[in-house]
Design a protein around this ligand. Structure first.
Ligand code: FAD
Length: 383
């Protein structure tokens, strides 16, 4: 694995860092507190090609290699991983599944505006009774000629405030859901489709996450993505991209914690010396550095494998996602500790990092699942 960046990748890092510092940093505290999605900022980033990710130019994408994609998400997420999340969306489940399984008409109508930042989307998999065990979903699709009628509900779905459409999943047979799942693209204005965002979430506050209700929603057959019964395959087709995106965002957040803690440890005087002089504070800084270095290696290794065209990197995706989110949570915990009472204030960015870091251990497959996947693959119990 080559650890050096190309000149182009260095330039991308510089541009993304400057954008994050100039266009996001002055506003992030305000929109996080207001639980508002910063659409205008994401659209500015899209104009620089940051949203097009790894999607081909033909479909509005930036055709980036996976390392450049990761660099952008890491840099942006040092300031706000919620913007990073929006930028990762076209290359994640929402966009990649259409790219792989969608018709030309679906690519033109849904993928292109998403990759160009002209439209937004949500992906609805999780239900009130099925999160990790996604295949046991209860939302049902009834076939009615050349259309489907969907009924059920989804929970914890992000981007509800801005989504123009939702990629969601329903089963044709509730008695045997796994083999009968289908993927659908549903326009926001479809009668029977209703969104109800939650307020006062622990973290990820700008993401407008909440319930989706499907009450006899009529969806034309041409809006099914992939074949009937292929829904689980569609959902799993982009997990590596999704996990790479989450790892890159968690890594950016972890680095922001280390940067803030380093500055504070150098400047805060207690017992007539900077607190960074205390060995127990140094120990926390060392934990943060080693956690981040390990997570960075795992994340860029996954990006490198994907750039080499690896057909499957499922274990590496779990390693990167788990290591980066665990590193972020440890870094955020230590960063708050080093900041003392100031770390508990809403004014301090580290309190936001702390709230967000916990959520990273739950989304895109909770970390107990990744622990099992890594060991099961290693032991030969799973491919
Ligand atoms: C802020 C936020 C945004 C989200 N956005 C989206 C979105 O846009 N779209 C979407 O579809 N979903 C989204 N989710 C949902 C997220 O993907 C799920 O919360 C996640 O998959 C876990 O599912 P669950 O919450 O139902 O946990 P459960 O499956 O109920 O699990 C609860 C806990 O049980 C343990 N556990 C479960 N299974 C196992 C196992 N096999 N082995 C060991 N331990 C286990 C784990 O500790 C786990 O954390 C979001 C969640 C949050 C918090």
């Amino acid at each position: 694995m080559d650890f050096s960046w190309t000149e182009e990748q260095e330039q991308i890092r510089k541009t993304a860092r400057a954008f994050a510092n100039q266009e996001i940093a002055p506003y992030v505290a305000e929109y996080d507190a207001a639980e508002r999605f910063p659409k205008e900022i994401v659209q500015k980033a899209a104009a620089l090609g940051f949203m097009g990710g790894v999607i081909p130019a033909k479909y509005g994408g930036s055709e980036l290699d996976f390392i450049s994609f990761t660099i952008i998400l890491e840099e942006i997420s040092k300031v706000c991983h919620a913007v990073g999340c929006a930028l990762s969306f076209p290359s994640g489940l929402a966009g990649s599944s259409i790219l792989r399984f969608g018709t030309e008409e679906q690519k033109e109508k849904y993928l292109k505006p998403l990759a160009e930042g002209k439209g937004f989307a949500a992906t609805g998999l999780t239900e009130p009774h099925s999160g990790t065990d996604v295949a046991s979903m209860e939302t049902v699709a009834r076939k009615d000629g050349d259309r489907y009628v969907l009924s059920g509900s989804k929970a914890w779905i992000s981007f509800l405030e801005v989504a123009d459409w939702i990629l969601t999943f329903a089963t044709l047979d509730r008695a045997n859901p796994r083999k009968n799942i289908c993927a659908f693209l549903i326009d926001r204005d479809t009668p029977g489709l209703r969104f109800k965002p939650y307020k006062n979430k622990l973290g990820f506050r700008p993401l407008s996450t909440g319930d989706v209700f499907l009450d006899e929603c009529v969806v034309p057959g041409k809006n099914r993505v992939g074949a009937e019964g292929e829904g689980l395959k569609v959902a799993m087709s982009a997990v590596e991209n999704g996990r790479l995106g989450v790892a890159a965002r968690a890594l950016g957040l972890a680095q922001a914690c280390l940067d803030a803690a380093t500055k504070y440890a150098q400047e805060r005087i207690v017992f007539k010396q900077p607190i960074g002089r205390f060995q127990l504070v140094q120990s926390m800084i060392t934990d943060m550095i080693t956690g981040i270095e390990g997570a960075r290696a795992a994340t860029y290794r996954l990006a490198w494998l994907k750039s080499q065209g690896a057909v499957q990197a499922r274990k590496e995706a779990s390693i990167a996602k788990m290591m980066a989110s665990d590193a972020a949570f440890m870094a955020a915990t230590h960063a708050v500790q080093i900041h003392g009472a100031y770390g508990c204030s809403g004014e301090s960015p580290v309190s936001r990092y702390f709230r967000d870091a916990k959520v990273f251990q739950i989304v895109e497959g909770q970390n107990q699942l990744h622990r099992s996947l890594i060991a099961e693959t290693h032991l030969g119990f799973r491919e």
